[in-house]
Design a binder for this molecule. Structure first.
Ligand code: ADP
Length: 271
């Protein structure tokens, strides 16, 4: 909804989402909430969430990440904050802050060890995500990126309903584009009346280190075709870049620079 303040308690509009939406914390002022979704796990949804956040951070914006991928949280690790302590006054929770200044909340920060499995069922997971939104003191934020649970099942659906998403970015891999998985994510967003900002084809190719030639290891790219099919903006066809993997594993994703990232940065300037 246009001009939505994301605070249903202060609003007298009668919109379809209001009964499910969790209220924003009274000490928070989050201007844009953008969900990053994928039809299945492992396509790079968390990595793209991290890249979107660091690019907006480099634009000078105030940025936050809500790690909604509760059963496979990786945002804490790639930003190197997983050992930081979450602070709470018993009521509100203070998010941790990355080296570059991105505020982060993730289930990993609450677990005893990072390899503790999360075996909660859907309603508990959805409740925790609502808590991440309502009980966390986010302060002033220009862009919050939500790393959504993968897939189009019950848990992502509840997250769609609980958070006041202004738009979503759909992340896919070349193999996924051939199937119906993107279509499912598109239809879920349409049913929830959430605008789709665009499509990112991740791991689209690798660049030969000797001759710079693009090698399409998963076969011909279908990114543009699929974007056209669903009337979406193709935000990027990003390569498989081993430096991104390495820096993410070291918790230093914010040190990542690459020529291809410049193009992606240009493309997302106006989101
Ligand atoms: P998802 O969130 O969809 O499960 P991740 O973002 O965790 O996927 O990515 C899975 C693995 O692939 C991680 O080890 C990540 O560092 C790596 N990865 C993702 N995208 C890229 C990329 N474009 N280049 C190199 N490695 C990548």
């Amino acid at each position: 909804m246009a001009n939505c303040s994301h605070n249903c308690e202060e609003c007298n509009q009668d919109c379809s989402e209001r009964s499910f939406l969790a209220p924003m914390n009274q000490h928070s002022n989050v201007k844009k909430v953008i969900g990053v979704v994928s039809g299945k796990g492992g396509v790079g949804k968390s990595s793209i969430t991290a890249l979107l956040a660091l690019l907006k951070q480099r634009e000078g914006k105030k940025v936050a990440i809500l790690d909604g991928d509760i059963t496979g949280p990786s945002i804490g690790r790639v930003f190197g904050v997983e050992h930081q302590q979450l602070l709470s006054n018993g009521e509100d929770i203070i998010p941790v802050t990355s080296t570059a200044g991105t505020k982060i909340i993730s289930a990993n920060l609450m677990l005893e060890t990072s390899d503790t499995p999360v075996i909660w069922r859907g309603p508990v997971l959805a409740g925790l995500i609502k808590q991440f939104w309502s009980d966390v003191v986010w302060g002033d934020i220009d862009y919050m990126f939500v790393d959504m649970p993968p897939g189009t099942g019950d848990v992502p659906l509840t997250v769609f309903q609980s958070l006041p998403l202004d738009g979503i970015v759909i992340v896919t891999s070349p193999q996924e584009l051939v199937g119906m998985i993107v279509g499912k994510a598109v239809n879920m967003a349409k049913q929830m009346n959430i605008p789709i900002i665009g499509l990112v084809e991740n791991m689209s190719y690798v660049k030969c280190p000797d001759c710079d030639k693009k090698i399409y290891i998963f076969g011909k790219s279908h990114g543009q075709e699929t974007a056209d099919q669903y009337g979406l903006d193709l935000l990027g066809q990003l390569p498989l870049d081993s430096e991104l993997t390495q820096l993410s594993d070291l918790g230093k994703v914010e040190d990542f620079y690459a020529p291809w990232l410049e193009n992606f940065s240009e493309k997302i300037k106006n989101i």
